[in-house]
Design a protein around this ligand. Structure first.
Ligand code: ZN
Length: 72
């Protein structure tokens, strides 16, 4: 009977360790990969598409760089 209790204790411990390991292995904050990243045609800086300025199929980090690019 004591053997069975020992076995249950070992299985329980292994299960607990596996659960603990799995929790620690899972990153809490996943990188946001849903948003498209674009690079500025003027300076090449990368940023989310929604935060960039687009003109003539090109993306820019700011309106200033859009004007600089178009005045070239
Ligand atoms: Zn730029």
């Amino acid at each position: 009977m004591s053997r069975l209790l020992f076995l249950v204790a070992v299985v329980g411990l292994v299960y607990w360790l596996l659960k603990r390991f799995r929790n620690s292995a899972t990153p809490v904050d996943k990188p946001v990969a849903s948003e498209d990243m674009v690079s500025c045609a003027q300076c090449g800086v990368h940023q989310p598409k929604s935060e960039s300025v687009s003109a003539a199929g090109k993306f820019f980090c700011c309106d200033e760089h859009r004007r600089q690019y178009e005045s070239k």
